[in-house]
Design a protein around this ligand. Structure first.
Ligand code: SRM
Ligand code: SF4
Length: 583
C-alpha cells in the first residue's frame, strides 16, 4: 500500500470537534481513568467520560429502566449495571465457548444470553465489580470484548452458509482476518481487564497504526455476503465484501461502502442509506482494501457532529467516485470493475441442511435472539446440554438465530434427541411472519429506547398471525422488524414491515423493503398506536393475498400498489407517504 495521508483527525480546523474527540485523545489509547473508576466501590457506575471509553472495551453503562421512576421517587440512585458485548468474528463459537458464555450469564449477568443482529453475544445486568471476573473467564476460552462497540471496526459478520461449507470456511477465515487486522493495537484492554503489566514506557510507546490516537469519527461495520443469500444485509453496513464464486471457488469480492440504518426522529439530515458497490478486489487484496476504506473515513469523516459522522454521510456528501479515488490513492492501484451478482433473500433459512463436506447443520429460530429458560421452553438448558456433547460449532446468524453446525453424520442422532427432548425445533413450525421477525433489545436495558421492542414484537406477531392465517398466508415469509427507537438496531428500514418506536406504545409504520434487502422501506404512517397496528396492516395483508402477482413479495406489492413509493436518496426518507392507494 502507498504512503498514506497523515492522521488529520486530531488537528481539524474550523468548528470545535465533538467532545468525544477530546476524550479519545486524552485517554492514552483508551485507558482514561477506567482502572480507578472500576476500583471505586461507592458507585455502581463509571464517570461520564469513562462511560464513553468503556464502549471501546465492549461495555455499556446502563440502568434498569423498569425501576427508574420508582427509584427516583425514593430518591435512590439509578439501578446501574453494564451490558457486555462479546465479539464473535463470523459468528462461529466452539462448544467450549458456548458453555463458558452460558455459565458467565448465570454467574455474573441476568441469566440470559442475547444473540445480536451482528453475530455477537451480549450479557445484560452485569454489576461493575463483576465485569473483570466475567471478562477474565471469557479470556480463558479466547473470547474478548475488545472493539465490540466504540468508534472502531466492530464485530465482522459473515454468512454462515452451512451448505457451501468450503466457501464458508474461506469467508470465515477472511472475516477473522479482517477482524484481527482492524482490531485496535492498544494494550489497554489487557492491562485493565486481564491485569497485564502496563506497557513499558507508558502509552507513548504505543501506536495505533490504522486508527491513530482518536480512532474513527464513529462506529464502523464490516460484513461479508455470499450470494444468493443476503443474510448479512450487506447494504446496511459501512463496508461490505460480496463473494464472487466461480466453480465453487471465491475469485474475489465486490466491495460495497456507505450503508447505515440509524436516523433521528424529526432530524431530516439523518437517514438510513444503502451501501453502494464501488468495485472488485482479489481475495489477497481484502485486508488492504478494508484498511484503506477505514483510513479514508478516519481522515474525512465528520468529527464535529456525531449525528453526521458515519461513512454513509461522508460518501453521500462527496460522492462515490471521490471516495473510490481516495481509496485507490491509498492502495496505489485501481479497484477492478464490480462483477455481476444476484441476491435472492435476506434473513435465515431454517432446519437441517447438509454441507458439501457431508456434515449436518441445524438452523434454529431463536425469538429475538434471547437465550433463556421459560416455563414453556428450556432453551438455555437444551443448548447447554447440546454443547456438552457437540463436537462441531455454534454459529450465531446475522438475524439473531443459531446454527448448530458441523455435526458428523454419526453424531446427528444424539443431537437430534436433545433437540426433541427440549423442543428446540418446535418454533420452526411457526408461520412465515414469525420466522422472519426480528426485534432489537430496547426496554428495559437500552438507554435510548423510546418504546418496547423485544418484549412486544412476539405478541404483535401473534395477533398478525391470525390475520395471516385468515388470509391464507400462514407460511408466506414476510420480513417484519421492530426497534424501540430510530437507531435501527434490528435493521427495521430493511423490513417489508418496519415498526420504529416513537414513544411508549407508539410506532412509525414503514412498508415496502425488498425481500432480498436491496431496497429500503418508506414510512407509511407516523405515530401509530400499538393497539392500531393490526388494524392498519389487516387490509394490506388481505389485499396482498388477493391481488398479488405470481411470486410477488409483500414489500414489492406495497410499492406496486402505491402504499408507499420508493425513495431515492437522503433527506426525504422521513416524510410519511401521502400517495393515494390504487385499488
Ligand atoms: Fe445498535 C446503539 C443494541 C445492532 C445502530 N445498539 C445501541 C445501544 C448500545 C444503545 C446505546 O448506545 O446506549 C443498544 C444496546 C441495547 C441493549 O440493552 O443491549 C444497541 N445494536 C444493538 C443490538 C444488541 C440489537 C439486537 O437486539 O441485536 C445489536 C448489537 C450488534 C452487535 O453485536 O454489534 C445492534 N445497531 C445495530 C445495528 C444493526 C447492524 O449493525 O447490522 C444498527 C444499524 C446499522 C448501523 O449501524 O447503521 C445499529 N445502535 C445503532 C445506533 C445508530 C448508529 C448510527 O450511526 O446511526 C445506535 C446509537 C448510536 O450509536 O448513537 C445504537
Ligand atoms: Fe436501543 Fe434503539 Fe437500538 Fe433498539 S434500536 S436497541 S431501542 S438503540
Amino acid at each position: 500500500m502507498k504512503a498514506e495521508n497523515s492522521d488529520k483527525s486530531a488537528r481539524s480546523e474550523g468548528p470545535a470537534l465533538h467532545k468525544n474527540e477530546g476524550i479519545k485523545e486524552a485517554s492514552g489509547y483508551l485507558r482514561g481513568e477506567l482502572a480507578a473508576s472500576l476500583a471505586d466501590r461507592i458507585s455502581g457506575a463509571v464517570s461520564a467520560e469513562d462511560s464513553q471509553l468503556t464502549k471501546f472495551h465492549g461495555i455499556y453503562l446502563q440502568d434498569d429502566r423498569d425501576e427508574r421512576a420508582e427509584r427516583r421517587k425514593k430518591k435512590l440512585d439509578k439501578a446501574y449495571s453494564f451490558m457486555v458485548r462479546v465479539r464473535v468474528p463470523g459468528g462461529v463459537a466452539t462448544s467450549e465457548q458456548w458453555l463458558n458464555m452460558d455459565h458467565i450469564a448465570d454467574k455474573y449477568a441476568n441469566g440470559t444470553l442475547k444473540l445480536t443482529t451482528r453475530q455477537a453475544f451480549q450479557l445484560h445486568g452485569v454489576l461493575k465489580w463483576n465485569l473483570k471476573p466475567a471478562i477474565q473467564e471469557m479470556d480463558k476460552v479466547l473470547l474478548d470484548t475488545i472493539a465490540a462497540c466504540g468508534d472502531v471496526n466492530r464485530n465482522v459478520m459473515c454468512n454462515p452458509n452451512p451448505a457451501a461449507s468450503e466457501v464458508h470456511a474461506e469467508v470465515l477465515r477472511t472475516a477473522q482476518a479482517i477482524s484481527d487486522h482492524l482490531t485496535p493495537r492498544t494494550r489497554a484492554y489487557h492491562e485493565i481487564w486481564l491485569d497485564e503489566e502496563p506497557v513499558a514506557g507508558g502509552e507513548k510507546e504505543e501506536e495505533e497504526p490504522i486508527y491513530g490516537k482518536t480512532y474513527l469519527p464513529r462506529k464502523f461495520k464490516t460484513v461479508i455476503a455470499v450470494p444468493p443469500s443476503n443474510d448479512v444485509d450487506i447494504y446496511a453496513h459501512d463496508l461490505g465484501f460480496i463473494a464472487i464464486v466461480e466453480d465453487g471457488k471465491i475469485i474475489g469480492y465486490n466491495v460495497s461502502v456507505g450503508g447505515g440504518m440509524g436516523m433521528t426522529h424529526g432530524a431530516a439530515a439523518t437517514y438510513p442509506r444503502l451501501a453502494e458497490v464501488m468495485g472488485f478486489c482479489r481475495p489477497e487484496q481484502v485486508l488492504e482494501v478494508a484498511e484503506a476504506v477505514v483510513k479514508v473515513q478516519r481522515d474525512h469523516g465528520d468529527r464535529v457532529d456525531r449525528a453526521h459522522a458515519r461513512l454513509k454521510y461522508t460518501i453521500a456528501d462527496r460522492g462515490l467516485a471521490w471516495f473510490r479515488g481516495e481509496v485507490e490513492k491509498l492502495l496505489g492501484h485501481k479497484l477492478e470493475e464490480a462483477r455481476p451478482f444476484a441476491f435472492e433473500h435476506s434473513g435465515d433459512r431454517y432446519g437441517w441442511s447438509k454441507g458439501v463436506d457431508g456434515k449436518w447443520h441445524l438452523t434454529l429460530f431463536i425469538q429475538n435472539g434471547r437465550v433463556k429458560d421459560t416455563r414453556q421452553l428450556r432453551l438455555k438448558t437444551g443448548l447447554r446440554e447440546i454443547a456438552k456433547i457437540h463436537k462441531g460449532d455454534f454459529r450465531l446468524t446475522c438475524n439473531q438465530n443459531l446454527i448448530i453446525g458441523g455435526i458428523a453424520p454419526e453424531d446427528r442422532p444424539a443431537i437430534e434427541d436433545l433437540v426433541k427432548k427440549f423442543g428446540l425445533d418446535e418454533a420452526l413450525s411457526s408461520g412465515g411472519l414469525r420466522l422472519n421477525s426480528m426485534a432489537c433489545v430496547a426496554l428495559p436495558t437500552c438507554g435510548l429506547a423510546l418504546a418496547e421492542s423485544e418484549r412486544y414484537l412476539p405478541d404483535l406477531v401473534g395477533e398478525l398471525e391470525e390475520v395471516m392465517e385468515q388470509a391464507g398466508l400462514r407460511d408466506d415469509a414476510i420480513l417484519i422488524r421492530m426497534t424501540g427507537c430510530p437507531n435501527g438496531c434490528a435493521r427495521p428500514y430493511l423490513g417489508e414491515i418496519g415498526l420504529v418506536g416513537k414513544a411508549p406504545g407508539v410506532y412509525n409504520l414503514h412498508l415496502g423493503a425488498a425481500f432480498d434487502g436491496s431496497r429500503l422501506n418508506r414510512m407509511y404512517k407516523a405515530g401509530v398506536k400499538a393497539e392500531h397496528i393490526v388494524d392498519e396492516l389487516r387490509p394490506i395483508i388481505k389485499a396482498y393475498a388477493t391481488d398479488r402477482e405470481e411470486g410477488e413479495r409483500f414489500g414489492d406489492f406495497c410499492m406496486r400498489k402505491g402504499y408507499v413509493e420508493p425513495f431515492q436518496e437522503g433527506e426525504n426518507y422521513h416524510e410519511p407517504m401521502v400517495v393515494p392507494v390504487q385499488t
